[in-house]
Design a protein. Structure first.
Lengths: 192, 150, 687
């Protein structure tokens, strides 16, 4: 980034020895570029992070549409199917009944399905929940905080988080029943 | 009787509002200041994705309900974060975004001014008549002019 | 076969570039002239090799070799040949190779044209250009190879590889053709044949001035030599970049369907930054040529122009920012980032080193505050401020707030319309004043006297604009400044010609031709100023006085905006032979009740995404821009967005003047004597 400071030519007199003096503007500029490139390096590497597919699932707390506060940490010991969706998203309409079925079938066996509405208007989210008769907890993503933590690139995307709070599986597109149940069976073998 | 009168007054107040439904232009005026994260860096009024259409319909709904554009924008910011407006509404972020370039530009102007002053001083110190300058007689006037301006 | 030829030529070009780089470094360090000649020959070889490589890719595109994954991803059997040609730069791999080709074209030209005159700088020039070329070719070879092909492994898996994997065979061509994706619909525009090449010619051209600057720093010969070699190359790159920006604006106006040509989108801004730096350099370099001043500053401008090019390339091609103009996220982000950072820091380090040795000190003292130098210094300050403001808005603020404050923000049109207009206003004011001030010393009175005629001539157009209804204070101020700058340029040209007519009795046409011939740089520059004035008029009109309305109409209904009326007549659907569905509305446009045009705004529905194509009624006064933004199932009701863009065509006409002026200024002077005689009495008279 050019800064006019560098125009401070120091050639204040003709003594050749003074030529070897440092030029504060030029030094400042070089330092600024160095800083900038370190900074952009950090920004870029952060930006380039894809969705986490393993490791500890980033924690969060949301207020569901039903008005109840739900934190990921509170669900330790249960398998969490964390689904990002939006009412304007076509594939989400295909997926919603699947998730509802999974919820009904697996709720008692230690699985919590949690929906997070991404860049969605509350009224439309609620209409969507009603249309598909979803009874599992759903929450709006205030300030996009949860979506940012999980670096999602679009909807639908689904993370399966195990009993210890680690990400066990990541679905980049709409989930299908068989694939999701295979993952759940792996995590909860005793309940087959 | 009073209630009927009151109802009539209210109705007459409401009628103009009913007669003038929210127009697309009203919606676009608000949308032009918003940026939907689905199409980054494209103002909402120019974006036609499903999510953006939904946002526009929400703006219309809120305008219909009588909310002011400012309230609507604040509501969107509260729900989706600072990134959805063209310039942040949060005072700190707003100051960071808007004051910094002016401060840096001011720095540039100051440096330019300092450079010119240094050049002028050097010249005065050297006080060489400029062989290339056919208009030496003007210089006295320039300097007088400049002194007069200070 | 084409893939093998293309890949082989690409590989050889890379080897030649590395050879040239090493030989040039050796020649520079050991002062070996034979090594320098080898470096030259190897460097010259890269251009024909890359030409061969890209021809192979082009033939593969035209001929539909869908086994090559690049061909498969940007064309399909329905793609017309015109778009098969433009598909060459339609996606990351092809455009990267094309970028390298243009880079090597510039190296080819610079080495051939400047070999004799600037031999001592050649080791540095060849080393820097070839290092850059080798870097980009390595990206093509290792990460974004345009010659990768599809293969079927023995187990039936589909592989992508440049070479045939063991045990694999070529997949069925017919199936490949049937599944090919076709070109991104947004890129199906006639402007796509010319906009990217212009833009890339602009970007890559800045490598030559940068190389000369680094060569001068490395060799320690920081006299005016490198500046002389550099100016024309900068002018060329600057012209192409300017045209590329304008054509990009035109593309956005025609294809993106939002009624404007400049959205202050980060990618557009990234391309504007080197252009601004280049403009600043083209002015301040004159101070160095004429007065031997601002030497350090000029060095920095050249460095930052190329640094901005590399940064823009990184930002656009890495997925750092998302935009309608950018490429998909890619692996080349980190290498590009590292290269940008390394090149910039190395160049700054060299500058720092030479500055400490006192080699970048000014040669001549200042002659007076009202001389042209002061105005040029101011002009550079404003360019620097613009650069900072635009960089901050596009990259600085959003990234800082995301990384340090964890609060992602957007800086949109609001921000840029608050910060940049005052700076542009000062630029236009300086553009009006500087040509009137003499080098060295000048007087305020002389400036004032020079301003009288242009000021008088500025009044009639202003009155005309005021009569036309553009009467706000900001509009009159903006138009006043812009017109004044144009009038000054015009009067300077006329005064120069008149002096010749009076002194030598030439006819006016003779005098004008001779005038431009004698001092192409100056008078070409004035034509550029005129072009920028005309662009300015268009930008102010279409920004301050744009009017817009949107409504849903039933057939036969109409909407009005100012004195225009738009009636919705009909709606129809048709299937085009390239597979897109056309939804066309027929509308009638009338003004003050008089019919003026029938327009057909439409929506092209491609499988990937819909595209809104405006119906435009264009005249000198304005563009009436009609968009079909939506319709119900039967087409009985449709939503239209009507935009009136006053004076918008001035933007494109100004672009033509800009091109003409730059060509005049950059055209080689046949007689070197002509440039030596600048101090003749007549020239003084014209100054």
């Amino acid at each position: 980034m050019p800064d006019a400071e560098r125009m401070n030519h120091h050639a204040s007199d003709d003594d050749a020895r003074t030529a070897a003096r440092n030029h504060p503007g030029l030094l400042a500029l070089t330092a600024a570029v160095l800083l900038l490139s370190v900074f952009f390096g950090i920004a870029f590497s952060r930006n380039n992070i894809a969705q986490p597919e393993a490791g500890v699932a980033p924690d969060f707390e949301v207020m569901t549409f039903a008005g109840e506060t739900l934190g990921l940490a509170d669900l330790r010991g249960r398998v969490v199917v964390l689904n990002f969706w939006a009412s304007w998203c076509g594939p989400c309409r295909v997926e919603a009944p699947v998730l509802q079925t999974i919820h009904e079938r697996w709720r008692k066996r230690g699985v919590t399905v949690l929906g997070i509405a991404y860049i969605d208007v509350d009224r439309h989210s609620l209409a969507f929940i009603e249309e598909f008769g979803l009874t599992y907890p759903n929450a709006p993503d205030r300030g996009n905080r949860v979506s940012d933590r999980y670096n999602i690139q679009g909807v639908p995307e689904t993370f399966v988080i195990d009993q210890q709070g680690h990400i066990a599986h990541f679905f980049y597109a709409a989930v299908n029943e068989t694939a999701l149940e295979t993952v759940l069976l792996r995590l909860l073998p005793g309940d087959a | 009787m009073k209630t009927i009168l009151l109802a009539l007054v209210l109705l007459s107040l409401a009628l103009p509002a009913l007669a003038q439904p929210v127009s697309d232009d009203d919606v676009n005026a608000v949308a032009a200041r918003l940026y939907c994260p689905v199409c980054e860096n494209v103002p909402l009024d120019d974006c036609e994705t499903a999510a953006c259409r939904q946002w526009k319909s929400e703006i219309r709904y809120q305008l219909d309900a009588g909310l002011s554009p400012k309230t609507i924008i604040d509501d969107f910011v509260a729900r989706f974060g600072q990134r959805v407006v063209g310039t942040p509404t949060d005072p700190t972020l707003r100051a960071l975004a808007l004051v910094t370039p002016w401060a840096l530009a001011l720095g540039a102007f100051l440096s330019g001014g300092l450079l010119l002053r240094r050049w002028a001083r050097q010249r005065r110190a050297a006080s060489l008549p400029d062989a290339h300058d056919p208009q030496n007689d003007y210089r006295a006037r320039v300097e007088a002019d400049l002194r007069a301006r200070r | 076969m084409l893939a093998e030829i293309g890949l082989g030529a690409l590989l050889l070009a890379f080897v030649a570039a590395v050879t040239a780089l090493l030989a040039a470094l050796g020649a520079g360090l050991r002062k070996r002239d034979d090594w320098l000649r080898s470096a030259r020959n190897a460097a010259l070889l890269t251009f024909p090799l890359l030409l061969c490589s890209i021809s192979a890719l082009l033939l593969a595109l035209l001929d539909g070799h869908y086994q090559i994954s690049y061909v498969w991803s940007v064309t399909d059997p329905a793609t017309p040949s015109f778009y098969r040609f433009t598909a060459l730069w339609g996606s990351q791999q092809g455009s990267l190779l094309f970028w390298s080709l243009l880079l090597s074209l510039y190296c080819f030209g610079a080495i051939l044209l400047n070999w004799r005159e600037h031999r001592p700088l050649m080791p540095g020039v060849i080393a820097v250009t070839m290092a850059t070329l080798a870097f980009f070719l390595a990206l093509s070879l290792l990460l974004e190879n345009p010659f990768e092909r599809f293969w079927l492994a023995a187990d039936g898996a589909v592989l992508r590889s440049a070479f045939i994997p063991a045990g694999a065979r070529a997949p069925d061509i017919a199936r490949l053709a049937a599944t090919a994706s076709g070109l991104n619909p947004l890129l199906r525009h006639f402007g796509m044949i010319i906009h990217p090449p212009m833009l890339y010619l602009g970007f890559t051209g800045f490598v030559i001035p940068f190389a000369f600057a680094l060569a001068a720093l490395a060799s320690g010969d920081l006299s005016a030599t490198w500046i002389r070699a550099t100016r024309r190359w900068t002018l060329l790159a600057w012209m192409f970049l300017g045209l590329g920006l304008l054509l990009g604006g035109r593309w956005a106006y025609d294809v993106l369907g939002w009624g404007g040509y400049w959205g202050w989108d980060p990618v557009e801004n990234a391309a504007l930054l080197p252009w601004l730096t280049g403009t600043a350099f083209l002015h301040s370099v004159l101070i160095q040529e004429k007065r031997g001043m601002l030497r350090l500053w000029n060095m920095l401008l050249v460095i930052f122009a190329f640094s901005a090019v590399l940064f823009g390339t990184f930002a656009t091609r890495s997925g750092l920012i998302e935009s309608v103009h950018s490429f998909a996220r890619s692996d080349i982000g980190f290498p590009l980032f590292a290269f940008w950072s390394a090149m910039t820091l190395v160049a700054l380090g060299l500058t720092l080193w030479r500055q400490r040795q006192g080699l970048l000190r000014d040669e001549r003292a200042f002659a007076g505050l009202s001389g042209r130098e002061s105005l040029f210094v101011l002009n550079n300050v404003v360019f620097a401020a613009l650069f900072i403001a635009i960089f901050w808005g596009s990259f600085g603020a959003p990234l800082i707030s995301e990384v340090l404050l964890d609060a992602p923000i957007t800086l949109g049109v609001d921000y840029f319309m608050q910060v940049t207009p005052p700076l542009f206003a000062i630029l236009f004011l300086l553009m009006g004043l500087a040509p009137l001030a003499a080098w060295g010393n000048s007087s305020l009175r002389r400036l004032g006297m020079g301003l009288r005629a242009p000021l008088l001539l500025t009044l009639p157009p202003l009155a005309l604009l005021a009569l036309a209804g553009m009467r706000t204070a900001e509009a009159l101020l903006a138009y006043g400044l812009v017109t004044l700058a144009g009038m000054v340029a015009l009067i300077e040209i006329i005064r120069g010609a008149r002096a010749r007519v009076r002194a030598w009795g030439e006819t006016w046409p003779q005098a004008l031709v001779a005038l431009f011939n004698r001092n192409r740089g100056r008078y070409g520059g004035y034509v550029v100023h005129l072009g920028v004035t005309v662009i300015g008029i268009g930008v102010i009109g279409s920004t301050l006085f744009q009017a817009e309305t949107q409504r849903t109409l039933a057939r036969g209904e109409s909407l009005t905006l100012q004195n225009y009326e738009l009636r919705f007549d009909d709606f129809s659907e048709a299937l085009a032979n390239d597979g897109r569905l056309l939804q066309v509305a027929a509308v009638t446009l009338s003004r003050d009740g008089r019919h003026i045009a029938r327009l057909r705004p439409r929506i092209d529905v491609f499988p990937q995404q819909p595209m809104t194509i405006a119906g435009i009624h264009s005249s000198a006064e304005n563009d009436v821009y009609v968009l079909l933004t939506g319709h119900d199932e039967t087409g009985a009701r449709a939503t239209f967005r009507l935009t009136i863009n006053p004076l918008i065509n001035f933007v494109w006409w100004g672009g033509l003047l800009l091109l003409a002026g730059t060509l005049i200024a950059a055209w080689p002077q046949q007689l070197s004597v002509a440039s030596q005689r600048q101090d003749s009495p007549l020239q003084e008279l014209q100054a």
